[in-house]
Design a binder for this molecule. Sequence first.
Ligand SMILES: N[C@@H](CCC(=O)N[C@@H](CS)C(=O)NCC(=O)O)C(=O)O
Length: 365
Amino acid sequence: MSKQWADPKDGAFKRQVSSFREIISPNHPIYKPAMNRYWLYVSLACPWAHRTLIARSLKHLNSVIGLVVVHWHLDSNGWRFLKYPTDKASIDENIYHTISGGIDNSQSLEIKPFASIPNDSDRLWIDGTPDPLNQFQRLKDLYLKSEPGYDARFTVPVLWDSQTNTIVNNESSEILRILNSGVFDEFVKDTTIDLVPRELETQIDEFNSWVYDNINNGVYKAGFAESAIEYEKEVKNVFEHLDRVEQLFKNKYLALEKKYGPDSKEILQHFYAIGDQLTEADIRLYTTIVRFDPVYVQHFKCNLTTIRDGYPYVHLWLRNLYWNNDSFRLTTNFNHIKLHYTRSHTRINPLSITPLGPNPHIKPL
Ligand SMILES: N[C@@H](CCC(=O)N[C@@H](CS)C(=O)NCC(=O)O)C(=O)O
């Protein structure tokens, strides 16, 4: 993908508004809760899609909502799926009831030579999955099936209804709320986790709002800026807001230390962005922070410092989520993340050489 969304007037990056905005509810005329009816189409590289994958796993919906993973390489025709295998057993075995991430990420921590992986590499269940529902080749086929005249970008994530063959929603923040809403509770055993508890909702919304604009989307505004003035403005802004998160997390950590004692295990059990429990705010910040050192530092030139060197409390929070929670670790695939950015944005990285480092992609806790 060489053409991005920069405004030709000032070189500033503008993100498009999502088009499909329905919900799933017993009261909805079309989209009622059901087992195996809805599917998530994601890229493991994409931070917006990654949010929904984490929520699907945390809410124990891996066997309620199907999963299709696009190939990591985004080309001029958009996202694509892998070829549908003739061997049906391989599909049944691998798709749908698979591990939380839906794809093997066991190799993604090791630094392996990227040079040997061509962009058209078709390693089934490694580079992506086929589309078992429609056996489509491209993500855009879903959009056009759902709405034949659709003329905006074909983005992930997509929440797809296999009964009506339509897109329910393609806005990750809303898909997160649908998955959390409890509409699938009748199909799962453990319904205790609530990612947006009512008493924390205002705080979560407020945090999400500035984190979205300045950090989640901020790194894109820096990385896709097409003028040095825009880039410098945005990169400074990203770091000012990382400083703000660091200060918040530091205060939080010191308060927990005071409450539980300096060496208590309980500190990390309560070390989250809002309140003292895991919420949607952690998910939305995590998908940017886990990509920061491996990709955004060099590829988006967000290199005033790194998370590991410049932000000890954010770094601890990140590693706590990654190493102590399967829903975070198993959905994080550094190979997809690195290969996608460095080889799809040819305007930023024309030679598509994928940097080997940082080593390791994420440090131990
Ligand atoms: N507002 C959307 C943004 C999603 C988005 O921008 N996805 C990117 C990948 S990170 C995409 O699919 N881009 C494909 C394209 O622009 O062709 C959301 O949060 O769901």
